[in-house]
Design a protein around this ligand. Structure first.
Ligand code: HMG
Ligand code: MG
Length: 300
């Protein structure tokens, strides 16, 4: 069966904008977050406290946070933190929700974090325990869960190991990233079955699909049938990942909401309003949204 309700974890301001060529002024980023909230998104990943040289598009995290205003209870504005330095910066800005980001493969750990997989897990361990001690909600991303541009197909057992390590550290939620968008429904089923077999509770799992090969919605539906109820998406289909060459096209939030609405699944999102937000952002970026739902709804 399918769940009656799905929680959408919006990543546009972070995963979207980090990979756009155009630099967006910090006031526009703040306005983007406000408009996404107003369209009904309860979780909006706002930015990253990473090294500014690694992700120049998000170098204004310190300027952005104060512009986002007070957080009403129930609203989440998570931020990415790769290490203790990043966590300190996030705590200094009143963040309540943080995310570390691991990789299922050695190659991407090296490219994205300048560490071996084991070294990167060792880097996250004190970050997660300190964050939990500070009362933070902590997400653990796992990138390249299905395929890797250097290593090819990724065996589920390899992903399961990293997921278990993150849960043992104390992460509240795992997000399974198909960073280069190569997953297909059978592979999604195999990974979710592997996680289930390893005792990873499905209510701790989120899915993060990219639409590179047009499979993001099929993969999402497969995950919902396995009991997953948290789905990552990016308004207007913005962005990818700057350290994975072939990573284009996060699943567009509008495409996701269109499917969920058709299935009678509640999301709390006002689709017309959201598509208008993405149309507005597309104008700021000077390029049309790649989302077919946005184009259909806005006539762009
Ligand atoms: P490193 O060069 O190994 O850093 O980078 P280091 O630990 O050797 O430190 C070097 C210098 O950087 C030091 O300064 C540190 O203080 C400073 P110095 O003493 O030389 O003056 N530094 C920092 N400054 C500000 N904030 C920090 C920070 N950390 C160190 N947090 C590092 C290691 C992890 C920092 C670097 O590799 C990095 O920032 N990587 C982030 C890359 C990134 O954000 N990638 C995109 C994430 S998206 C993703 O992973 C996929 C996902 O979206 C899911 C999907 O789409 O599938 C999640
Ligand atoms: Mg992504």
């Amino acid at each position: 069966g399918l769940p009656p309700e799905v929680r959408i974890y919006e990543v546009g301001p972070r995963d979207g904008l980090q990979n756009e060529k155009a630099t967006v002024p910090v006031e526009v980023k703040a306005e983007f977050v406000h408009r996404l909230r107003a369209a009904g998104l309860g979780t909006v990943e706002a930015t990253s406290f990473v090294h500014p040289k690694w992700v120049p598009q998000l170098a204004d995290a310190e300027q952005l946070m104060p512009l986002l205003g007070d957080l009403p209870p129930g609203l989440r504005l998570p931020v990415l933190v790769p290490n203790s330095r990043g966590l300190e910066r996030a705590l200094a800005h009143g963040c309540r929700d943080v995310a570390v980001f691991a990789s299922a493969t050695e190659s991407f750990a090296k490219a994205n974090l300048n560490r071996t997989l084991q070294e990167s897990l060792a880097m996250f361990e004190p970050v997660v325990s300190r964050a939990k001690a500070e009362g933070q909600w902590v997400r653990g991303y796992v990138s390249m869960c299905f395929g890797d541009p250097w290593e090819g197909a990724v065996p589920p057992a390899q992903v399961v190991r990293v997921c278990r390590a993150l849960l043992e550290m104390g992460c509240d939620e795992l997000s399974l990233g198909d960073t280069i968008g190569v997953a297909t429904p059978g592979h999604v089923s195999a990974l979710l079955a592997g996680l289930d077999g390893a005792g990873v509770p499905v209510d701790r799992i989120a899915v993060h699909f990219h639409d590179t090969y047009g499979q993001a919605l099929s993969n999402t539906l497969t995950a919902l049938r396995h009991g997953v109820t948290t789905v990552d998406a990016s308004a207007g289909g913005l962005g990818g990942c700057p350290y994975a060459k072939s990573a284009t096209g996060n699943l567009a939030t509008e495409d996701l909401v269109w499917m969920l609405q058709g299935l009678g699944i509640t999301t709390g999102v006002d689709l017309t309003r959201l598509a208008a937000v993405s149309g507005w952002m597309a104008d700021r970026l000077g390029r049309p949204s790649p989302s077919r739902t946005v184009r259909a709804l806005t006539g762009a």
